[in-house]
Design a protein around this ligand. Structure first.
Ligand code: 13P
Length: 249
């Protein structure tokens, strides 16, 4: 059975004191669903968050990492540095990394390899832009993003891969893909995996939806058979909203 996951991507929000407040609020919440819960604070707050949330049902994860083990990469953080503070999961390929930091499929393939080599779990993000959808190219774009960054992996590697479909036009815009649009794309993604690796692999990979998920729309989106959870931005900055989404399963 593939896992249900709700992950909060805090992006470049919350200084240390705001992080402490949000974590305190999260700790006071009750989880009534079976979903695995994760939050991704900024690098500066990871160490604090991971020690305070240790042994709770909220996993602390990272928003990004570099592919190298160490060396002359000013400003970067490696997989082993994350692991040394108890981080076991990393988000890679977010559209904001692709757009503002020029991260390409080729670079992301190297990051994925580096994370998996350290035994980390990867939440791999991808998604089409509005122009792609308007021109009917969304499946081609998404299919290529997956193939270019992930299809060099062997089947066993997918035990540590979670996919996150985030249509760029739905991120932070208040505009959500309809539950049907999400389901159609998730089914396409699963078929893409099945064609390459077989049904057994495809059926076990969790595919999250991200893009303006809120308490008001989470239940309907999560009710779709190929939607296994969500990657939540804005609504994850509020503990009530985030847990309403977690408990929407
Ligand atoms: P919003 O939920 O703010 O649209 O952000 C989604 C996202 O980018 C999560 O990674």
């Amino acid at each position: 059975m593939r896992k249900q996951i709700v992950a909060g991507n805090w992006k470049m929000n919350n200084d240390l004191s705001q992080t402490k407040s949000l974590i305190d609020a999260l700790k006071s919440k009750t989880k009534t669903s079976n979903a695995e819960v994760m939050v991704a604070p900024t690098f500066t707050n990871l160490s604090h968050a991971s020690s305070v949330l240790k042994n709770t049902n909220v996993e602390v994860i990272a928003q990004n990492m570099h592919f190298a083990e160490n060396g002359a990469y000013t400003g970067e953080i490696s997989a082993s540095m994350l692991k040394s503070i108890g981080i076991e999961t990393v988000i890679l390929g977010h559209s904001e990394r692709r757009e503002y930091f020029n991260e390409t499929d080729e670079l992301l393939a190297k990051k994925v390899d580096a994370a998996l080599a350290k035994g980390m779990r990867v939440i791999f993000c991808f998604g089409e832009e509005l122009a792609d959808r308007k021109s009917g190219n969304e499946e081609t774009v998404v299919g290529n993003q997956i193939k270019n960054a992930l299809f060099h992996l062997n089947a066993a590697s997918y035990q540590n891969i979670v996919l996150a479909y985030e249509p760029v036009w739905a991120i932070g815009t208040g505009e959500t893909a309809s539950p049907e649009q999400a389901q159609d794309m998730h089914a396409f993604i699963r078929k893409t995996l099945a064609d390459k690796y077989g049904d057994n692999v495809a059926d076990e990979v969790s595919i999250l939806y991200g893009g303006s998920v809120k308490p008001a729309n989470a239940e309907e989106i999560f009710s779709k058979p190929d939607v296994d959870g969500g990657l939540i931005g804005g609504a994850a900055l509020n503990a009530d909203d985030f847990f309403a989404i977690v408990n929407a399963f």
